[in-house]
Design a protein around this ligand. Structure first.
Ligand SMILES: Nc1nc2c(ncn2[C@@H]2O[C@H](COP(=O)(O)OP(=O)(O)OP(=O)(O)O)[C@@H](O)[C@H]2O)c(=O)[nH]1
Length: 302
């Protein structure tokens, strides 16, 4: 509930107060008080409870909804039900010798109120569908433009490319080399077929964790494509990059990944170190070419 919403509904609060005051005044003006001994306390309790609950629903609606058609319909329906309950409660305390129509009338607002409420709920349902649609569109927008990979939580390829281009510019100014590693899991397709996508996704997540554990805090790991990862090693010369690549490759090979059976993985890997004049795309192209060579049937790595 939000008190700021209530400020939007000042006219509805006035209407509610007016209707309740008129009902109370009318019944006390037309009615004759019943003797205390004839009060039926069980009825008072039951009808009083319903009167309070409908009043609470009314207030909750005004404190939690914005202005609009659904709010107005809910207000009308709930107010009519509340007035019916109030009249029902009041005739526990008053009799109406010359105005029996009040007792006849008391159940009509409830019926009308319920009909209006039904219409309000129908429109509320449609309102909710359209809100959900908008939320889904927004969620898709953020997911599409997200900088992280949905499955592994690693950085996305788009983010890596952004960082790479920035780093190429910086390196050109400061002539400081950086390196990139690329890993491609071997026969991941078979794991997908053997264990199904859910378990294969789990493996990708565990691979991501394994790489994070074995990289330095300054390194940036991204999931480049399906079972392909890139590690960006800032301020790292070629010799250190080679050591890091073998270290990561060994870590992947020696880890037992949790699946229905424990699975061991191996990966093709390549590395490249920035040299003056190279663009980010060229570096990635070189990494991919090295992997393609390893995948050739006659290659040792294959
Ligand atoms: N579970 C899961 N599988 C994916 C995802 N993205 C791509 N894949 C699957 O990953 C597999 C990659 O297949 P390939 O590129 O042939 O790789 P591979 O089987 O490892 O082949 P080699 O690299 O030559 O050993 C395909 O079966 C894709 O459907 C994903 O997000 N989750």
């Amino acid at each position: 509930m939000n008190s700021r919403f209530a400020l939007l509904h000042r006219p509805l609060f006035v209407i509610m107060a007016l209707c309740i005051s008129v009902t109370l005044s009318l019944t006390s003006y037309l009615g004759v008080a019943k003797p205390f001994s004839s009060f039926d306390w069980i009825d008072v309790l039951g009808e009083g409870g319903m009167t309070l609950v409908t009043l609470f629903w009314l207030l909750a609606t005004l404190f939690s909804r914005l202005k609009g058609r659904v709010t107005n319909l809910l207000f009308i329906g709930l107010l009519a039900m509340h007035l019916s309950m109030l009249l029902d409660l009041l005739d526990e305390f008053w009799t109406y010798p010359n105005s029996g129509w009040i007792t006849t009338f008391e159940s009509i607002p409830a019926t009308l109120g319920m009909m209006v409420m039904s219409v309000a709920l129908y429109h509320w349902h449609h309102e909710q569908i359209s809100i959900n649609d908008k939320l889904q569109q927004r969620e898709r927008f953020y997911r599409d433009h997200s900088l992280t990979d949905f499955v592994t939580g690693l950085y996305s390829a788009a983010y890596m490319k952004q960082q790479l281009n920035r780093e190429v510019q910086l390196s050109e100014q400061h002539a400081q080399p950086f390196s990139l590693l690329m890993f491609d899991l071997k026969k991941f397709d078979q794991l997908n077929n053997q264990y199904g996508t859910r378990h294969a996704d789990d493996i990708l997540r565990q691979v991501a964790e394994c790489m994070q554990l074995n990289c330095r805090p300054t390194d940036l790991i991204c999931r480049f494509a399906s079972d392909r990862f890139i590690v960006f090693l800032p301020a790292t010369p070629a010799c250190t990059a080679t050591v890091m690549m073998h270290h990561l490759q060994c870590s992947l090979t020696h880890t037992r990944f949790k699946t229905p059976n424990e699975t061991q993985l191996s990966a093709y890997c390549s590395h490249v170190t920035w040299q003056e004049g190279h663009t980010g795309e060229q570096l990635i192209e070189q990494l991919c070419q090295q992997l393609a060579v390893q995948k050739l049937p006659n290659s040792v790595a294959a």
